[in-house]
Design a protein around this ligand. Structure first.
Ligand code: NDP
Length: 260
């Protein structure tokens, strides 16, 4: 990870869960973090809490690096104008990004035959189009600066491998699209004879706020199932970023032990 010290990572969806954990892990390894979400006022507190939670669980990894800075910025990734304004700010203030963690996401209970178009659309807008626009802007920024070792990490899901139930089929379709976009980006890098990397992470059930707005779900019952903690996914981010220049970790599936 030493080579990333002093460089810049954009982490989307950093006001909670996996994004907050990835943000503190990269920050503590010396990376400057642009942490974004709609609830910008929650970001710093969420990142600090994710660090404390990992320490409490004995899952915190010390690093010798001087911690990076954290810039909390408001950005709704379902709005292209927000993303473009964010990249303009990054370019003017920090020069650009070297790492992009495409983590912002949401799931709706929105079945195949009974959901509103709005509930389908927002899942595609955030999980697929927002991720794609951030990727395009990050890669164009890296190319313009002559950065050829950048790394894009997409957070997909085991739901991108398996349609778990008809009630979240559009979420599964979105996460499956993220896997296709991973291979598309890898082929783009090959075509450009670029050394940039793309990695897709597919976690199983992770204890975050994601399921909080499911109607009729008892959260305590849900987490009687085996689950991961956010820093478990962050560890996979560190692993993928820490590989030597010729190694691309294409995809990692992470399941809690005992998942059905
Ligand atoms: P959380 O609900 O805890 O966090 C989701 C994050 O995404 C929040 O920071 C939220 O910020 C942000 N977000 C949602 N919509 C937008 C938007 N329109 N613009 C910007 N940010 C947005 O969930 P997780 O940490 O679990 O989810 C992170 C990723 O991991 C998602 O892509 C999810 O699909 C994926 N995942 C989660 C699993 C799980 O079991 N939890 C399993 C597999 C994958 P804000 O509301 O402030 O905008």
């Amino acid at each position: 990870m030493e080579r990333w010290s002093g460089r810049v990572a954009l982490v989307t969806g950093a006001s909670s869960g996996i994004g907050a954990a990835v943000a503190y892990q990269l920050q503590d390894h010396g990376v400057h973090i642009v942490a974004v979400a709609r609830r910008v006022d929650k970001i710093e507190e969420a990142v600090a809490k994710a660090r404390t939670d990992a320490k409490t669980r004995g899952r915190y990894h010390e690093s010798k690096a001087k911690p990076g800075k954290l810039y909390a910025k408001k950005c709704d990734v379902s709005k292209e104008e927000d993303i473009l304004a964010l990249f303009k700010w990054i370019k003017e203030t920090l020069g650009g990004v070297d790492i992009l963690i495409n983590n912002a996401g949401l799931v709706k209970m929105a079945g195949t035959t009974n959901a509103s178009t709005e509930d389908w659309k927002i899942q595609l807008d955030v999980n697929v189009l927002g991720l794609s626009i951030c990727t395009r802007e990050a890669v164009q920024n890296m190319r313009a600066r002559g950065v050829d070792d950048g790394h894009i990490i997409h957070i997909s899901s085991t739901a991108g491998h398996e349609v778990l139930t008809c009630h979240i089929a559009m979420y599964c379709a979105a996460k499956s699209a993220v896997r296709a976009l991973t291979e598309g980006l890898r082929k783009d890098f090959v075509e450009h004879k670029s050394n940039m990397k793309v990695t897709c992470l597919c976690p199983g059930l992770t204890r975050t706020e994601l399921a909080n707005n499911f109607p009729n779900i008892n959260i305590e019952e849900l987490y009687k199932l085996p689950y991961l903690n956010p820093e478990d996914v962050g560890d996979a981010v560190l692993y993928a970023l820490g590989t030597p220049p010729h190694v691309q970790i294409h995809e990692i599936i992470i399941k809690p032990v005992g998942e059905q």
